[in-house]
Write a protein that binds this ligand. Structure first.
Ligand code: SF4
Ligand code: SF4
Ligand code: SF4
Length: 177
């Protein structure tokens, strides 16, 4: 089992419904976020390409956030989901500094928080909240080890990229281009 997400940059309209759904589902405090939408602009008029991307923790295989955590709070669960055990987190922030994707934040209650791939929903057979609400259905989530899963199928049929591959973290969010 290896969970991953693919996001179609050609279908994303930048509505931020994924961000609102995540904040609601996961009680993310006002002023913080577990996911966000980035806009990049390439080229110059009239040949401009705008890319909208819903970003979050990449649930990396070689995760510096896990390696640098002094208490073991940051860890990798079955299925490759990178999590923080609140009760073990001392809020030192080493993981925040080590993440090349700026995917973590300090929760006001004294621990570090980030995307969990909505593991509480996934364990019940539901999709992550962001995936479930996306009005253009541009997000695909599932098991990469299952060749018939939605995410495996779309990655077999489309070109894709990951962000900052040079960081060597082996991220598991793929952007369809
Ligand atoms: Fe893009 Fe879907 Fe998020 Fe809207 S909800 S910003 S379409 S990924
Ligand atoms: Fe860790 Fe950042 Fe990778 Fe998430 S994106 S697993 S927080 S290094
Ligand atoms: Fe937020 Fe869940 Fe989507 Fe992660 S998978 S960005 S926690 S809604």
């Amino acid at each position: 089992m290896r969970y991953a997400m693919a996001i179609d940059t050609r279908k994303c309209v930048g509505c931020s419904d994924c961000v609102v759904a995540c904040q609601t589902e996961n009680d993310v405090p006002i002023g913080f976020c577990r996911d966000w939408v980035t806009e990049t602009v390439d080229g110059s008029y009239p040949n401009v390409v705008i890319e909208l991307r819903s970003e979050r923790c990449n649930h990396c295989d070689y995760s510096p956030c896990v390696r640098c955590c002094p208490t073991g709070a940051s860890h990798i669960e079955d299925g490759g989901i990178v999590l923080v055990t609140k009760s073990k987190c001392i809020g030192c922030g080493a993981c925040i500094q080590s993440c090349p994707y700026e995917a973590r934040y300090s929760h006001p209650d004294g621990y570090v928080d980030k995307c969990t791939f909505c593991i509480h929903r996934v364990r019940k057979g539901e999709k992550p909240a962001c995936v479930a609400v996306c009005p253009t259905k541009c997000m695909y989530f599932g098991d990469l080890d299952d060749e018939n899963s939605e995410v495996s199928t779309i990655l077999k049929n489309r070109k894709f990229k990951a962000l900052a591959p040079e960081a060597g973290t082996q991220p598991h969010i793929y952007y369809l281009v």
